[in-house]
Design a binder for this molecule. Structure first.
Ligand SMILES: Cc1ncc(COP(=O)(O)O)c(C=O)c1O
Length: 347
């Protein structure tokens, strides 16, 4: 089954990378100068760049502290007469709640365009990532759940005119050879070799996602006692439809060690933990001109200080998860204050 069909859509337009899928997809949906687009402050910078490159105005919105997903109430409060679209980011592999999105979009006549770069075949409330709105953008960067050996991306849509426009935009704005109708056209191909690799990998994607989920469950179980030490995983509200592109924990103020210190302790134990992302979009120097400051999005700002992505990939073993949990436990627990269930770590 082609990827677009697996996402519950009709058309897939391969492009050079996920960022191009955002730019060309949003443009193909008719967004441009004069339009405002709602998106979360705590996303990878490509989401923001994608909107800016269409000429539309990005309007950043805070997130929920527990799920790290776009806060729909905050999004509603940011709507103006110029708001045309909402761009939910299914961060870490968990979808933004579909029904809440539909309700908001219907109430305010907004277009939904998904950034599904981290959510290949994620499901929530019976909907698959990529099928919620007019179109969606995927990335096939090598580290993604479905990754090529180099860059790649795809726009998926159920609407033929959007697919046709996206095909033209990726191909110099041409509708047929040497006949150019779109001044916004560019050259953004999904490289044939990368497409061949993706074709081979696609049949394994569901199994790999299931493996990620099982590892995440094991992390959840093993890390539960560390709640007493202020360590808690990002909340999963999507059940087994979460595809765990990343397994992210929060090291809250209740933890005796701060996030950076824990990351360093894990690195010393040869365990690489990442931060996705250490600086929210509105505090990046490049976007000072958007007029946001520290304090604009308190949840996103706090999360950026608290989050740590622990190793997770298909093929990782439960014993490797145990080793990460044990190293984390050893770093945060003091001998005089062991939480129930971790006494076996030893001192
Ligand atoms: C949420 C999000 N959006 C967009 C992108 C951009 O994708 P790419 O790196 O393929 O341009 C990424 C990937 O890095 C991402 O994680």
């Amino acid at each position: 089954m082609p990827f677009a069909a697996a996402c519950g859509t009709n058309f897939g337009v391969g492009v050079g990378c996920g960022t191009d899928a955002l730019v060309l997809g949003l443009t193909a949906c008719g967004l441009g100068p004069g339009d405002e687009v709602l998106l979360p402050a705590n996303t990878f910078i490509a989401t923001l760049l994608g909107v800016l490159r269409t000429g539309a105005m990005p309007v950043l919105v805070d997130c929920d502290r527990h799920t790290a997903l776009l806060d729909l109430e905050a999004a509603e409060a940011a709507i103006t007469p110029r708001t045309r679209a909402i761009l939910p980011v299914h961060l870490y592999g968990q979808m933004v709640a579909p029904q809440g999105l539909f309700d908001l979009a219907t109430r305010h006549q907004l277009m939904i365009f998904e950034d599904a770069a981290q959510a290949h075949l994620a499901v929530r409330e019976g909907y698959t990532a990529g099928s919620l709105g007019l179109a969606a953008a995927f990335s096939f960067y090598p580290s993604k759940n479905l990754g090529a050996l180099g860059d790649g991306g795809m726009i998926v849509t159920a609407e033929e005119p959007v697919a046709r426009m996206a095909r033209s935009l990726r191909n110099y704005g041409a509708t047929r050879k040497y006949y150019h109708t779109e001044p916004a056209g560019t050259n953004s191909r999904l490289d044939t070799l990368q497409a061949a690799v993706l074709d081979l990998k696609l049949p394994h994607l569901l199994g790999w996602n299931q493996a990620r989920y099982a590892l995440a469950q094991h992390y959840d179980d093993r890390l539960a006692p560390l709640a007493d030490y202020g360590i808690t995983p990002i909340r999963n509200e999507a059940g087994n439809g979460h595809v765990y592109h990343l397994y992210v924990i929060r090291i809250t103020h209740a933890c005796p060690l701060n996030r950076d210190a824990l990351q360093a302790r894990l690195a010393a134990a040869n365990i690489q933990a990442g931060i996705h992302y250490p600086i929210p979009c509105h505090l990046q120097p490049a976007f000072e001109n958007l007029g946001y400051q520290l304090g604009c999005f308190p949840q996103a700002e706090t999360l950026s200080q608290e989050i740590l992505s622990l190793p997770l990939y298909p093929g990782m073993t439960l014993a490797q998860v145990d080793r990460v949990v044990e190293a984390t436990t050893a770093a945060v627990c003091t001998p005089d204050r062991l939480p129930v269930g971790v006494a076996e770590v030893g001192w």
